[in-house]
Design a protein around this ligand. Structure first.
Ligand code: GRF
Length: 220
């Protein structure tokens, strides 16, 4: 039987990306086995969703810890006790210290709702609309000590339409997040994508042909 890499998903809220990962990991062919879901917020809706999938879901309220390091030590121990090899952050709203990021370097990934390096941080969709960009999207990257600045593994782009609101744009991006994140976790968990000297290395060949993405379409 195929070896599946024990993986923890970190969340802070709704958990729709977590659910996309849980759904993908139900296939025995998927390379990651999600063994735990951890939230820094006890009221995160995603905790219930994870339990409904039969996954152990735990919260460690960061406000109960005196320091970031104390919080991270408990989280680290929780993962180690479960032999976790990969951490997938999915709407996890806690910035981790350099120390934690270094300990998990190459083994911790995150999904961010913008085409990085544009719009690091919060309110990405509102900022994209304010700037008037015509293409927006999402990024999965390795986590480093620099917020939303780790090596990029993959991105998905969507068009921005004239009458978009934050809500319509966020929805369009979210649909792609739910496609992109399960793909990338599978690649990382299988070892097809690795971090080598701070660069992302792919064990699969690049495509022979590619389709450029125009928004608005160039064919009018
Ligand atoms: C997603 O847009 C994710 O990219 C960002 O926070 C949002 C979390 O949504 N980091 P959900 O909790 O996965 O539904």
């Amino acid at each position: 039987m195929k070896r599946r890499t024990p993986t923890a998903v970190f969340i802070s809220g709704r958990g729709s990306n977590m659910e996309a990962l849980l759904r993908a990991s139900q296939s025995p062919a998927y390379s990651a086995e999600i063994v735990a879901v951890m939230s820094n917020r006890p009221d995160a809706k995603g905790l219930e969703t994870a339990r409904a999938y039969g996954i152990e879901a735990m919260s460690f309220d960061h406000r109960q810890f005196a320091t970031r390091e104390a919080f991270e030590q408990v989280v680290d121990g929780y993962c180690r006790d479960r032999q976790v090899e990969i951490i997938a952050c999915a709407g996890f709203m806690r910035v981790m210290t350099e120390g934690f990021a270094a300990r998990w370097l190459g083994r911790m990934i995150n999904i961010h709702p913008s085409l990085l390096p544009s719009y690091r941080g919060l309110d990405t969709h509102a900022r994209a609309l304010t700037e008037g960009v015509r293409i927006h999207g999402c990024t999965v990257h390795f986590v480093t000590g620099d917020l939303d600045a780790g090596p990029i593994i993959a991105q998905a782009a969507v068009p921005v339409f004239e009458h978009d609101t934050v809500h319509t744009l966020a929805q369009r991006v979210l649909v792609q997040e739910h496609v992109l994140y399960p793909l990338v976790l599978d690649w990382v968990a299988s070892g097809a994508v690795t971090l080598q000297s701070n660069k992302v290395s792919y064990a699969f060949p690049p495509p022979d042909e590619f389709e450029p993405l125009f928004s608005p379409s160039a064919s009018r």
